[in-house]
Structure formats: C-alpha cells, structure tokens
Write a protein that binds this ligand. Sequence first.
Ligand code: 5AD
Ligand code: SF4
Length: 425
Amino acid sequence: MNFADSDVLSAILSPRYEPTSDYKQADLILVNTCSIRDHAEQRVLNRLREFTALKKRRSGLYVGVVGCMAERMKDELLEEALQIDLVVGPDAYRQIPVLLDQLSTGGGKGMDVNLSTEETYHDIVPLRATENKVSAFVSIMRGCQNFCAYCVVPYTRGAERSRPFDSIIDEARALFEQGYREVTLLGQNVNSYHYQDVGFARLMASVAEIDPRLRVRFATSHPKDLSDELLATMAAYPNICRAIHLPVQSGSDTMLKRMNRKYTRDHYLQRVAAIRAALPDVSLSTDLIAGFCGETEAEHQDTLSLMREVEFDSAFMFKYSDRPGTFAHRHYQDDISEEVKTARLNEIIALQTELSLKCNQKYVGRTMEVLVEGLSEKRGKQYIGRNTQNKVVLFEPTGAEIKPGTYVQVNVKRCSAVTLLGDLV
Ligand code: 5AD
Ligand code: SF4
C-alpha cells in the first residue's frame, strides 16, 4: 500500500520535483511510514535521525514524514531534535504542495493529519517509480473499519471507502497498453469493495476482461468476507491468478475472538475448502501473529495445527507488537514475554518453512506458464518470473533474449522453500 501511495505522492509533486535515486542530492525527502509494528516505526526514526544530520550539511533540504506514523504521532514528530518540516497523514497528500509553499515563504512547519471519508486519489495517475514495467499495484480502496483488536490501521488510515469503478478500469487498461502484464488490486479488505452497484467480484471480472494477457491479482482478503461469488469469478477467468492471501492470524477460537476477527477456526477451514473446491490448483498464503495478549501454549498449538491442516504455501509471520490506541492496548495486557513470543514465532517459522518446501515440491516435474520479469543479476544471470500461484520461478537463459512481460513455459526441475528452478521449454 505504501509503494502505491508513494507513486501517488510522486504524481502530486510532479513536475515541481522529480525523483532522484540518490537521497543525498534531494531537495525534499518524504518518508512514507508504516505503524503496523513498533519495529517499523523504530527503523523510520533511525532514518529520520540520519536525515536530520544531512539537513545540517544541506541548507534548503526539507524532510517530511507522511503515512501512518504521521497520522499516529502527529505533532510529536515536529519536536526540535528531529527537525522535521512536514507531517502529512494518508488522506492529506493533496495539501503537500500548499504546505511546501508555506515552508518556502517562511510560513513555518506544516502539518495536515485530517482523515477523509471520501479521498481515494482516484483522479491521480500514479507516477510509478518501480523499474519493473511488468507488474503494478492499483489501489481500489482505502481505510479499514474492521478494528481487529491488535491493529492500528483503522486509526491511521480512517474509514473504508472504495475508489470509483471507472477510474480503476481506466488505470488498469492504461497500464496494459503501456506494456504491463499484471495488476494487483489493493485494499485493506478488498472483499468489501463497493462502488454504486459494483462489488468486488464484478470489479475483478471487469479488470480481467481488459485483456486475457493481463494477469489480475488482489490483496488482502478478510476470511469473514471472501464470497463464493468471487471464487466463481476467479474460476471463470484464467487470467485471474490462482493465489489467495487470506490472513488467519491465529488457529484458536478464543484467540480469534479476543482479536475481534469475527470468524472461527471452523469458518476459516470451510472457506479454505470452498477455495480448493473452486480452484484446485490455488496457492494459499496467510499472516500469523505469535504471542498476542493472553495467548496460552494450547492456543499457540492451535495455530500450529491449523497451519498443518491448511498447508499454507507461504506466510508472513510476526511477533505481536503492542500499538498505542488499539483496543488491545486499552483493554488487554501485553503479557507474553519477549522470550516466549520469540520461541513461538520461531516454531511457526520452522513449521512454515517445512510446509512451503512441501508445497513447492508438488511443482517439480510440471511445466507451467511464467510471466518473465527480467534477468536477475543477483542470481547469476538467471531469468526471474512468476507462475499464476505467485511463486518465483528461475530459469537459465537459452539463446534469444526474452523481454520482460513475455509469457514462457518452464519445466520445473528443482525447488527450495521460496523458489522454483526450471528450464525453458
Ligand atoms: N502486531 C503484530 N502484527 C500485526 N499485524 C497487524 N497489527 C499487528 C500488531 N500489532 C499483522 C497482521 C496483519 C499484517 C498486515 O500485520 O498479521 O495481517
Ligand atoms: Fe488491521 Fe484487521 Fe483492518 Fe487488516 S482487517 S487492516 S488486520 S483492522
């Protein structure tokens, strides 16, 4: 989401500012921040100290904090030591040029952390900074009002709102015409996309109909809202990718209740069964939190047993991090020790590594379509691409150059827990 937002920011700042690859040359540094865990915020604060040091050497350099930390910390960020000039929340990016004018005419530091119930930046064409011209994010909604007990997002990104249907289709079509071959529709809870009479399944179908050569992905789904209608739509369009990211967070009913996730383990498993019935070759990924407030060893074991039952292809796995302002912060105790959190997270990671390897082994010997993203320098000049299940596939160059954005057939010979390795067919 922040990658997508940074491209919106670039568009808002253009042509007054243009991107540079060397921040030491910059006249303006905006740090687009995440508040989801304390670790993310600490990293930003370290970067800001670095930029403060740079400001001492470069007069005229402005430094701003944008995104969720700006929203959460507000004027705390304007304290002298950090020397920040601008603090702008996720819904106020259109104000940045005004605040910059104010700064340059001696009007002082600028802050706008107003949240909106309407802003979707739908009319702003993101200035995409990514080097990969194959795959792009397209934001379809903003905000979240699920209020999971541990999560700061509803407070920093405000109420849920959907971007107008036509503006999404126009952006996706323009990307296809520019040569992009994959779009990922983005939102905190895409299943509740709703604009006039268009829901998420119809939106997906419409994007898929732009061209059969355009792959369509989406993130993130909430297990309480993943509909059969969406699964039927996915099954009907081969270019809607066979990959679903479905964060479960915990395998324990009592934990899910404390987390305010609004589904049970059984409901989650039923959704997984429905997904696999509709899309037999789907890959499933998830998010997991270790050591949320009050988590017992038995509840932790329920998470491990759910992981074994589902056999996730991959997972993002986190230690619980207490976030000021959340329901958990106000009403529960962050009572699991750092040692226990670490031990549980390590067990979860070890099990997931096993499961990922097992899932990937199923692809060995199979030939599949891969969308080529380019030549990977890091991997000793191998081509890198992805299959429909979103798995990274590597293969050796043979003869003629393959342009990024080309579909090829690859026969998988080997795998690790994170990549498939094969030969061009
Ligand atoms: N602590 C740890 N992980 C968190 N997430 C959200 N809030 C927290 C928190 N306070 C995780 C969830 C979510 C992912 C984006 O981040 O797993 O799905
Ligand atoms: Fe946070 Fe829950 Fe919303 Fe996801 S659905 S952004 S975890 S509140």
